[in-house]
Every structure is written in C-alpha cells, then in structure tokens.
Design a binder for this molecule. Structure first.
Ligand code: SF4
Length: 503
C-alpha cells in the first residue's frame, strides 16, 4: 500500500492466553520488541502472589473507560474468544456502544497483515464528524506477537489515535487497566495543551479545583464538590472522564486526588503537569477531616478555609454514623481499589474488620488508610489472592463476608452471610454524610439472615460435594472403579504421541 508504514519483522505467532503460561507470553513479547512496554507495566503495576488474572480479563478496564466516553471509538485486537468475552461483559454492564474488532488468523499475524488491517480500520473509522479519538487495545496474543500499535498515525484528520497494549500477563487487574488508558489519554491531552490552545471545559470553574481519580457512585462527585465549597474550591471533571475535553479541565486542576490508589500512570501525568497529588478520600469523620486538610494544604488554602469546610461537613457525617451504627464482624475483599476506604467507613460506624484484601497493589495513595486500619488491628493484604481471602474468611468466621463472586459462593456453602463487593459498593455513595449512612441497612439485612444460612446448610447436609454430590439418590454416587486412572493414562499417552510428532 502507498505510504504504508511497514511493521518491523513480526516473530512467529504466539498462541496462549490466561492459561497459556505467563512466562512464555512474556518471553514472546520481549522477543517481539515489547520489552519497553512490559518494563513500564511492571514498574507501574508491580505483581503480587498471583501471576495470572483471578478475576475478569484485565483489558475490560481499558475497554470500559473507552466505551464510556462520548465520541471515542474503541477497537480490540485479540483472539476471538477474548473479544467475545470482553464484548459480552461490556454489554452486560450496559455499554450501549459498538466495540470494534479487527480479527486475525495465524497467517495474518505472522505476516504482519494484522497491523495493516488495524491501520486500515483506524483510517476507516477516524472521521472528525463522528469521533474525537480512536482507541486501539492490543490483547494478549497481539502484544506477545509484537503488533506495533506505536507505529499507528498519532492523528488522522484531527482524530487522535491511541494504541495501548493491555495484556493479561502484564496488567494484573482490570482496575489497573483503567489506568493504562486514562494515563495514555492524559499524556496525549497534556502534550496537546503544552503545544497550544485546547477546547474549553464543559463547565468553567472560577475557583481552584480538585480532579478526582476513580469510578464513583454518581452522587459522590457532587457530594465531594459540596464538601469543597466552604473551602473556596470546586470539583474538576472526574477521571476516567466522559469527554475528551474533560481531560484538559482535569489537568488544569489545582490538586489531583488519587481516591482510587492504583492510577499510577495518570498520577505521572498530573505530576508532569506540575499538579500536587493527595491520597485517601473523604470517608467517615476522620477520613474526611484528614482529606480536607490534605487538599487544603496542597492547594495553599488558609487554615480558616479548611476549618470552615470541616465545620460544615463533619457534624453531619458524625450524625449519620451515629444514626446508622453497624454491629458486625466483617471480612472485606475486592478488586475495585476502594476496599480500604470502605473498611474505614464501616469501622467508623462500629464494625469490627479483622481482614481487608485488595487485588490492587500497595501505593503511596492508600498509605494513610493502611496505617489507620492497621493501627486498629486490621490485617491489610495488598495483591490478595482468592486463596488468601478465603483463608481469612474461614479463619475469622465473620458475621458477614464481603467479597468477589467465588468468595461469596464459598461463604454461602459454609453458611456465612455474604455480599458481592461490587454490588454493595458501586450501588451506594461512599463519601461525606450520604456515604456514612449508606451501608448500615444492607449489613444489618444480611447479618440477620445468618440463621437462614445455617438452616440451608443443615438442609443440604449429607448430599455430598463436588462430583460426588446429588440429591434424591439412595446412596452417595460412586465413581466407576479405575475410571480416573484410565483417563489419566489415556491423556498421558495422547500427550506423548503429540510430542513425538516431528521428532
Ligand atoms: S486478553 Fe484477557 S481473556 Fe484473552 S488471554 Fe489475555 S487475559 Fe485472557
């Protein structure tokens, strides 16, 4: 093709994925020229005890951030099965946008045709009347095979083109994948703003502003704006944002607030723009007081302004907590990044929380929350694996276990009342006075169900478990003698015969 940018030599196709062996994929990606990308991802998102995703595909985080923005097209480049899962999940969560897909096969991947196909797709879709930006996301196999998205044009007719690698073997959680795209877009927007005038913000603020990082319940950002008002400050657009021009307004803030503590790449852009960054968030009385002080200090507000904001907010939060006490022993685990904040709030309301597990890494933005929790006897586990969360729950035997789907399933098997973290947190406010009163009712309703769970466990007593379970049998199902051993031997023989091919 005339004027086509030819990709460098593409090494042989790599097949694999979540279960294909991380080391193999990493080696292939490095051999294919992706070392700099992998080094950046490893520095930004240090790994933990588990080295493969234990929840949904991490790329979902980037996909979701792109799909939620107006006038932004999102294209996936990856294996069809991965793309099927990602689009299914995206629409399950109400994306209501088209997910673009550039399919490939071994031949188009090996010959570098996939890159050309992506490039053509980007040219086809990048129409300024329709889009401000086009995002292309490399999933595991194209990343491991070195598909060079950095060679895509940076813009076409004014439409920005952003190519990112979001492999499951480089980005540990879908939370951090949100940061990969948000950080890439902030970098692009910051460079634009440095080069000349950019689009006006949707809402022009005449006060110093705070840009918050994280995905929040819709009522939370206006609530934080109300907390900042008495301090003479206002809220900038929250990141991840809804429109491209929100990126400029967020970068123009006076203080960036890393309320969700895993936005490492995004924080780097705020710092490059010369903006101070504060951690934690306005949860409960103590959390809100500390956060207002940190924001006021970072913005250079006088003590009197900070005191005015505290005086306006704290009594209402204390009253909401007093009116909604929580009397329960709770274990808490999740992968949203807000786990430590939710634990603080629950504890201020009276809950006992011996264990908090988060799939996210330890960063300086959650340090204040970690110290607060540990000072009160809570064990905080960063990069917690499902196994650690399960062990903690079985050890503590809480009145309520809040966690991910497999943890909730196990809790119910054990007769422990349990709640899915995402449903509990995302569907409720967390900050200020509304947050202080939001969790008590659901905790009380669930813990009251403990006796019912006990009855359920005793009802199913004796029906067996796993592949030996069954109801209505006269006895416990018995597996055919020697069947397992025969299957094992057959598998071994098949593997050996495949090994022999070509030798
Ligand atoms: S892209 Fe996601 S689903 Fe596909 S192999 Fe990688 S981690 Fe698994």
């Amino acid at each position: 093709m005339d004027g086509a940018i030819m990709p460098p030599d593409v090494p042989p196709v790599v097949e694999g994925g979540c279960h294909g062996g991380r080391e193999r994929m990493v080696d292939a990606a490095r051999a294919a020229g992706k070392s700099a990308v992998l080094d950046r991802l490893t520095a930004d998102y240090p790994r933990g005890p588990h080295d493969q995703p234990q929840s949904m595909c991490p790329a979902f985080g980037s996909l979701r951030v792109g799909l939620r923005m107006k006038r932004v097209a999102t294209i996936l480049s990856g294996s069809a099965c991965c793309v099927y899962g990602l689009t299914f999940t995206a629409h399950f969560y109400g994306a209501r946008r088209t997910v673009g897909y550039v399919p490939f096969n071994s031949e188009s991947l090996v010959k570098g045709q996939l890159f050309e196909d992506i490039r053509n797709a980007v040219h086809d879709i990048a129409k300024p009347a329709d889009y401000d930006a086009v995002v292309v996301i490399n999933l595991c196999v194209p990343t491991a095979s070195g598909v060079p998205l950095d060679l895509l044009p940076k813009h076409i007719d004014g439409v920005r083109i952003i190519g990112i690698d979001v492999p499951g073997f480089g980005v540990p959680t879908h939370a951090e994948a949100k940061d990969v795209l948000t950080g890439a877009m902030l970098k692009y927007a910051r460079t634009e703003a440095e080069q000349g005038p950019v689009a006006r913000p949707r809402v022009l603020q005449d006060k110093p502003t705070v840009a918050m990082l994280g995905e929040f319940f819709p009522a939370d950002p206006p609530g934080v704006g109300a907390l900042l008002g008495p301090m003479g400050m206002a809220l900038a657009p929250v990141l991840p944002c809804r429109e491209w021009r929100d990126l400029y307004a967020a970068l123009d803030c006076d203080v960036a607030a890393a309320a969700h503590p895993f936005y490492t790449a995004s924080v780097r852009e705020f710092r490059a723009a010369g903006r101070p960054v504060v951690g934690s968030a306005p949860v409960g009385v103590e959390g809100t007081a500390a956060w207002l002080e940190a924001v006021g200090r970072a913005a250079g507000r006088p003590d009197s302004a900070v005191d005015a904001a505290k005086a306006a907010a704290l009594p209402a939060i204390a009253a909401a907590l007093a009116a909604n006490p929580i009397k329960a022993r709770i274990t808490l685990s999740g992968y949203e990044g807000s786990e430590l904040l939710v634990a603080r709030l629950l504890m201020e309301a009276g809950a006992e929380i011996p264990y908090v597990g988060t799939a996210c890494p330890r960063t300086e933005w959650s340090e204040a929350d970690r110290a607060w929790l540990e000072a009160r006897g809570t064990h905080v586990q960063y990069r917690a694996s499902l196994e650690q969360d399960l062990c903690a729950m079985m050890d503590v035997r809480p009145d309520l276990a809040v966690g991910t789907t497999p943890l909730v399933q196990k809790a119910k098997e054990l007769g422990i009342p349990a709640l899915y973290y995402t449903n509990m947190v995302s569907a409720r406010p967390l900050f200020g006075a509304p947050g202080a009163g939001a969790l008590a009712a659901i905790v009380a309703a669930q813990t009251k169900g403990a006796a019912r769970f006990g009855r359920m466990v005793s009802f199913f007593e004796g029906v067996g478990t796993g592949d030996a379970s069954g109801y209505g049998w006269k006895g416990k199902p018995v597996e055919p003698q020697g069947a397992r051993e025969r299957t094992r031997k057959a598998r071994l023989a098949k593997a050996k015969s495949l090994e022999a091919v070509g030798t």
